[in-house]
Design a protein around this ligand. Sequence first.
Ligand SMILES: Nc1ncnc2c1ncn2[C@@H]1O[C@H](COP(=O)(O)OP(=O)(O)OP(=O)(O)O)[C@@H](O)[C@H]1O
Ligand SMILES: [Mg+2]
Length: 410
Amino acid sequence: MIRRLSIEGSTIGVLRIGLSMDELHAIEDRMTRRVAIMSIVLAVIGAMVFMAIVVNQHYRTVSQKYSQIQSFTGSILDHMRDAVMTINAQNQITIFNHRAEELFETKATDVLGKMSSELSSVLGHCFSEIFSEPGPESELTLECAAGHTHIVSISLSSTHLSDGSLESQTAVIKDLTEARQLEREIHRKEKLTAMGELASGVAHEIRNPLNAISMIAQRYEKEFIPRSGIKEYRTLTHVLKDESARVNGIIQQFLTFARPPKLKFANVSAQRFVNHVSTLFQGQAAARHIQFVSHCDYVGTVRLDHDAMTQAILNLLQNALDATPPHGSIALKAFRKERSLIMEIQDTGEGISQEQLEKIFNLYFTTKTNGNGMGLAITQQILSQHEGSIHVRSEVSLGSTFTISLPLVS
Ligand SMILES: Nc1ncnc2c1ncn2[C@@H]1O[C@H](COP(=O)(O)OP(=O)(O)OP(=O)(O)O)[C@@H](O)[C@H]1O
Ligand SMILES: [Mg+2]
């Protein structure tokens, strides 16, 4: 600030007052810098918040998509008719679908995350068999749960990481037990039909000479008297007659088998039928000191030929009786399963070896000194006339279970 100093009108000097602005400018500069820094920080924070929102939104979409894909894949896996199992590089089970739970009779929660060494011995053994299969697709017989054997086909596939190391192995296991059973049954039926036709042809050829032998035997008995050895002569003619009659009886059975009589179907109470068969059989079981129990859960009716089906079940019960030692037990159980009536004949007898199991339904196959080997072939034939089926599970020294399935018409 500049002021003129004057006394009585004349200027005597000039007054100058000044203030340095440097400090002020320095403060101003600092303030400007701070504001700039604050703005940059705020801009960075704003950008980060914006990025976080975008990333979060993206993450939410991705995780939503991921869980959608996961539940979609899970639902596909759970609705698959084949069992699916996956193990990772550390040998831990990472996928075990619903069908696998059924096949191995084990809950997924009990196996997921576990290694095969941590599983039960039966399951552990199955796992090592499945994942050590050499080929991409193979068929084998597996004990999937204690006492339950299945024929399965396995197809194995693996995934690898970008460095080529193994990431996981997946096994798709198809249960072929029923299909193989069906194939065997069809094969058995075809064989039986062929055998029956052959038997009937042979039987006709044998019958005529047999009748001649039988008539001659009767004439020898009635019209001739030997000069000596009359007692032996009578015994021999008797044997000749009886044996001819026995062979004739067997031929008759063959012919009935080859050309079975037409069945008379009727709706029969399942419980009454089971009681009827049980009443016929329990006397024989008691006489051999074998405990016999029967039970039918199904209260409805089933369409069958009463006499033929009685014969079919009695054949099975008779076999069970022949195989079971005194104080053993035989059970006849009937129950409904889906659209079928199941009848199970279970014994604690000698059981049947794997090799014999292949043959027991063959006509004339027998291991008994006085057996004809016709019982099971006839039972099988009666069942196929009823559009039913029969199969057997057996273990040597433990016993056998024959399972009959008859369709229930609604
Ligand atoms: N429950 C069973 N336990 C052990 N073996 C059995 C059983 N059922 C059948 N078998 C075996 O199957 C064979 C064939 O049986 P199938 O009933 O056809 O003839 P069979 O009993 O020998 O003679 P048939 O019944 O004609 O008198 C038997 O000889 C026996 O070896
Ligand atoms: Mg028999």
